[in-house]
Design a protein around this ligand. Structure first.
Ligand SMILES: *Cc1c(COP(=O)(O)O)cnc(C)c1O
Length: 229
């Protein structure tokens, strides 16, 4: 299928999963993950209705942002972020999904101050406690949320997770649920004035399960662009 056709199909699946969970489809936003995808195909996705692009690698993203600009699409940084790369990421991205230490939060805050912006961020949680994955463990998530929320140039918008890989997506549900419970705990703590909190969870293989557990941002690459090399 064409890229616009794939986007249409993914959006229909998102809407169906939302309705099945008793949610409104508008509560869920699609982040099209364009890592390794060439600029012409990314352009097709934007023409096909994508409004958020997710990128993992600073250098690669840079070139695309320069070519496509920041008016038609929002750019989300979803990859592992090293502290010494924050300087290159902060000026160009609307949302960073992968803040996983106080040291990184402080550096993002510092770079945001330098750019005269407030940087929206999510705290990444390693719900599966996998050594190969980034993210704080669940018992440290609330402390990091609180500390990040105190930084003047950060806007804490929620949580992100990348659960362990399973062949059956239903098996990922407890990890998605864990993220939702952390979010709800934090919301209870900060009260209604804190506003809504995003849950960035769900990829090509498991986004319907993530939506059933409350995802508000789904990050989808393969179902839109095909398999990566
Ligand atoms: C690559 C990537 C995705 C997209 O994965 P697909 O399985 O291709 O949909 C989502 N989130 C993160 C953090 C990624 O690195």
């Amino acid at each position: 299928m064409s890229i616009p056709g794939n986007i249409h199909a993914v959006q229909a699946r998102i809407a169906a999963a939302a309705r099945a969970a008793g949610r409104r489809p508008e509560e869920i936003r699609l982040v099209a993950v364009s890592k390794t995808v060439g600029i012409e195909r990314v352009r097709e996705a934007v023409a096909g209705g994508v409004t958020i692009l997710g990128e993992n690698y600073v250098q690669e993203a840079w070139g695309k942002i320069q070519t496509l600009g920041t008016t038609a699409v929002a750019w989300h940084f979803i990859g592992h972020l090293q502290t010494n790369k924050a300087r290159q990421v902060v000026p160009h991205f609307d949302l960073i999904h992968s803040v996983d230490s106080l040291k990184l939060a402080q550096e993002v805050d510092r770079q945001a101050a330098r750019c005269g912006k407030r940087q929206a961020v999510l705290v990444q949680v390693n719900t599966g406690r996998e050594p190969s994955k980034s993210g704080v463990y669940r018992e440290d998530a609330l402390a990091l949320l609180r500390a990040a929320a105190r930084l003047e140039h950060l806007e804490v918008r929620g949580l992100m997770t990348l659960p362990p890989f399973f062949d059956a997506p239903e098996k990922a549900r407890p990890f998605f649920r864990q993220l939702r419970e952390l979010r709800d705990q934090y919301l209870q703590e900060i009260g209604p004035a804190g506003g809504a909190m995003e849950l960035s969870m769900g990829m090509t293989g498991d986004f319907e399960a993530a939506i059933a557990e409350g995802a508000t941002l789904v990050r989808i690459g393969t179902a839109i662009f095909g398999a990566r090399p």
